[in-house]
Design a protein around this ligand. Structure first.
Ligand code: HMG
Length: 399
């Protein structure tokens, strides 16, 4: 037996998004803007719009259900919930999910926050926990609803989604490598004060910070590993909108090598990671892992033993470049069919329906409110009573 520690990483991952969407051609028409700006300029086609009875908890629980339903739940001793659209200032959203999934009480449950980056932090912490206790498992939940003011430049980049990841030793999908390239800096490019439902953003500055930190993180990762860009087979980026990843990747290749990359090369590296983000919109903490699911679900060639590079960016800002190796036989453990069905069965909204759904918020008066059943997955927010959120399992929903 070798004395090396076992590989640790993502054993399985699954995503969920809202049951309704707005086509950005519809939004462009309402805003009197050429729809090519959204489809081509931002690289976005559709935005997922959550119903009143769908929030970051129900999205995360729905994403996690396929991972835990056939598992001995006693092995999960850590649940980390990464979000920047928390439902409570005190209680971790992870505890609602813990209850909905009927997990063991022998468990640590904590919420993580640092904009879109906190999902990566949660994954890294979960890997450290499992490395120390290789017979135990951790559940990492990344879940967000991206909201900007109606009519603002950020509006077409809205969206929502959750990705759940089971982190284990000897993972069946992706073994994470230990090295990272990091960058932290106190900047105000995007933020959301407690009293606001919508983010405040300095859009062009945020894009500038994203691009410059991608390069800074790569340089630190390259110095730590001695690897060149050629050592990375595919790349997954945080996806505020898919054109952002294309621009940042081209910027990285150009600055590292000193010459412009071809569009074909950029596509070969990242195109398959963009499909889901293009039709859900930004899902903040979840978006980079939704990119991984998209890459694995859509790539025909066998990715086993290939190295994937990840650039995770969270406004404010913290960023990290890291990598992982795809495991032999990974294709047997994907939820590609469920992901495809989820997206195929969504309901399209017209502009007025979107506006009505955007404007309706959970009441804050402390009264008793029940919510109509929207187009949700296996869990829903049934109502709120004296400020307590009431969640329930949807009868006869597909698992
Ligand atoms: P904008 O005003 O729409 O920008 O805002 P624009 O006018 O520059 O247009 C965007 C692109 O569309 C441009 O392409 C135009 O040329 C093109 P580029 O020059 O960049 O290559 N365009 C067209 N293309 C085809 N046909 C046309 C046409 N017209 C124009 N007719 C902005 C864009 C990103 C600023 C805005 O959407 C925004 O504020 N978004 C929110 C912030 C954001 O997503 N920032 C990204 C980096 S920060 C990040 O990722 C963190 C985040 O996820 C939060 C977190 O960490 O928690 C946001």
């Amino acid at each position: 037996m070798s004395g090396l520690p076992p590989p640790v990483g993502i054993d399985q991952l699954s995503f969920c998004t809202a049951g309704s969407f707005l086509d950005l051609k519809t939004l462009a028409h309402a805003r009197e803007i050429d729809w090519h700006k959204y489809y081509d300029g931002l690289g976005q086609e559709k935005m997922a719009v959550p119903a009143l009875d769908q929030d970051t908890v129900t999205l995360a629980a729905s994403a996690a259900l396929p991972l835990v339903q056939h598992l001995n739940k006693n092995h999960i001793e850590l649940v980390l919930f990464a979000t920047e659209s928390a439902v409570d200032q005190s209680k971790s959203a992870g505890l609602f999910v813990h209850g909905l999934l009927d997990l063991s009480s022998n468990c640590r449950v904590v919420e993580f926050k640092q904009a879109c980056y906190s999902g990566t932090a949660a994954l890294r912490f979960a890997c450290m926990f499992v490395a120390g206790c290789p017979n135990k498992k951790a559940l990492v939940l990344t879940s967000d609803i991206a909201r900007y003011p109606l009519g603002s430049p950020g509006e077409p980049t809205q969206g929502c989604g959750a990705v759940a990841m089971l982190v284990t030793a000897h993972p069946r999908i992706l073994a994470l490598e230990p090295e990272s390239g990091l960058h932290a800096q106190d900047v105000m490019d995007f933020w959301r004060p407690h009293y606001r439902q919508e983010a405040v953003v300095d859009g062009k500055y945020s894009a500038h910070m994203y691009m410059s930190t991608a390069l800074a993180c790569w340089e630190r990762y390259a110095a730590a590993t001695g690897r060149s860009l050629e050592a990375i087979d595919k790349f997954c980026y945080h996806l505020p909108f898919t054109r952002m990843a294309c621009k940042a990747h081209a910027h990285l290749l150009k600055n590292v090598r000193g010459c412009e990359p071809t569009a074909a090369e950029v596509n070969r590296h990242i195109k398959n990671s963009l499909h889901y983000g293009r039709v859900t919109g930004n899902s903040y903490t979840a978006s980079i892992f939704q990119g991984l699911a998209s890459l694995l679900d859509h790539t025909q060639e066998d990715l086993a033993a290939k190295r994937i590079g990840f650039f995770s960016y969270g406004s404010g800002c913290t960023a990290e470049f890291f990598s992982g190796i795809v495991q032999e036989g990974y294709g047997l453990h994907l939820f590609s069919k469920q992901h495809g069905e989820l997206l195929a069965h969504r309901t399209e909204l017209d502009y007025e329906q979107y506006k009505a759904m955007f404007t309706r918020c959970v009441p804050t008066d402390g009264g008793i409110h029940t919510f109509p059943q929207g187009h949700t997955g296996p869990f829903r927010l049934a109502g709120i009573r004296e400020h307590k959120r009431i969640y329930e399992r949807v009868q006869n929903s597909p698992a």
